[in-house]
Design a protein around this ligand. Sequence first.
Ligand code: SAM
Length: 282
Amino acid sequence: MNERHAGAPGLVKEVTSLANPLVKDIKALAQKKFRDQQNAFMAEGLKLVIDALDLGWQIRTLVFAKAGRGNAAVEKVAARTVAAGGTVLEVSEKVLVAITRRDNPQMVVGVFSQRFLPLKDVRADNGDVWVALDRVRDPGNLGTVIRTIDAVGAKGVILVGDTTDPFSVETVRATMGSIFAVPVARATTEAFLAWRGGFSGLVAGTHLKGAVDYRSVDFSRGPVLLMMGNEQQGLPESLAASCDRLLRIPQAGRADSLNLAVATGVMLFEIRRGALKLEPVV
Ligand code: SAM
């Protein structure tokens, strides 16, 4: 490994070898086992990394392509990384391709510490909306739901049971940066049901056998917990029975059901209807 002392960014390590141990550790973050071991994950793109730093996420390593040398925004992020106690790596295109497993990688990758909100700290005031996802399997669905939660101004997501990893590369990509803005809690079904007992607002489940049209419900009183079922099996009996209402989105045509992320989007925009205003475009 070569090292060079750069002006603004502080100490920057130049890395061109795939055998470099730091590079090996970052590459390993593609696998859940190593993400869990390191309690870390990676996010791609300069804007995402800047947003994450602005939101107070702890950066461990900033990786940038040689082409980023001299780029003022990259150098500023590098300086912030060093100030936060992180490591900065300037790498060859080959290394960046290997880390991101992409032919045309972003110029910047950040490695951050994972962060889960403890379930006991999930509290809901009037107007707050939380989403509980039962055993969500698909990373694209989870990422899209997190992005939509962010877009409608809901408070966060609770992952119930055995779910796909919110910090996988696929999920983080699908969130388009919202992973840094949306608190994620997780719980076993039993722990979730115990917590639900203390939830004072409306618990609205969605179910293909729901008897109530989702458009007929007044969501404006108190907090709302929206509960969504697993992609294959829907909500199990134990979770469905814990809902105050089981709602259905009417459908026409031959499709049995909506995609989980689409159904969550439909519900969230209805629940948040009164809170969302079209701002003039500037
Ligand atoms: N075969 C599954 C079942 O029987 O429930 C289909 C699950 S669907 C792909 C995933 C989740 O999206 C459902 O559990 C439910 O939460 C929601 N969903 C999809 N379409 C819906 C609809 N028309 N009405 C209410 N919820 C719906």
